[in-house]
Design a protein around this ligand. Structure first.
Ligand SMILES: [Fe+2]
Length: 141
């Protein structure tokens, strides 16, 4: 799935970060589709993907929430709840990570699939819907 103009919010900092998540989604998609066994390098990539989510959510959600707050976006509370759900799931995945990576390839694959579905769901239901809802309210980015 290529990056599409409909993903853009028009707020450049937000779009740069969304694109980073999108790239990560593509990497995870490749890892989810491939046949086992996973090489050492691929295991590293899986690890990096999960750690990246933590990094991403911290920096990105802070940016979005600051923009929404400064522009008095009325849907702020609801939006923050969505961000909190993402962060909680990302943390759960981080907790499971080491155990999964030392397990067999079948378990790794099922974990990578879950990660892929999670990111895809986020793109479709959060980035494409919720993030686009605040855009008309943002006047100082
Ligand atoms: Fe958001």
């Amino acid at each position: 799935m290529p990056w599409e103009p409909q993903f853009e919010t028009g707020i450049s900092q937000v779009d740069i970060q969304h694109r980073r998540l999108f790239d990560r989604l593509e990497t995870v998609g490749r890892l989810a589709a491939q046949q086992a066994p996973y090489s050492e390098a691929e295991r590293e990539e899986i690890k990096r993907s999960v750690y990246d989510l933590e990094d991403y959510s911290e920096a990105h959600f802070t940016l979005e929430e600051t923009l929404m707050q400064e522009n008095e976006y009325p849907g702020l509370e609801d939006h923050i709840k969505d961000h909190e759900r993402f962060t909680a799931t990302a943390k759960e995945m981080l907790v499971k990570l080491d155990k999964v990576l030392s397990a067999d390839d079948k378990e790794i694959k099922s974990f990578v699939r879950q990660l892929y579905e999670f990111l895809q769901h986020w793109l479709k239901h959060h980035i494409l819907v919720k993030d686009h809802q605040y855009v008309p309210y943002i006047h100082n980015d």
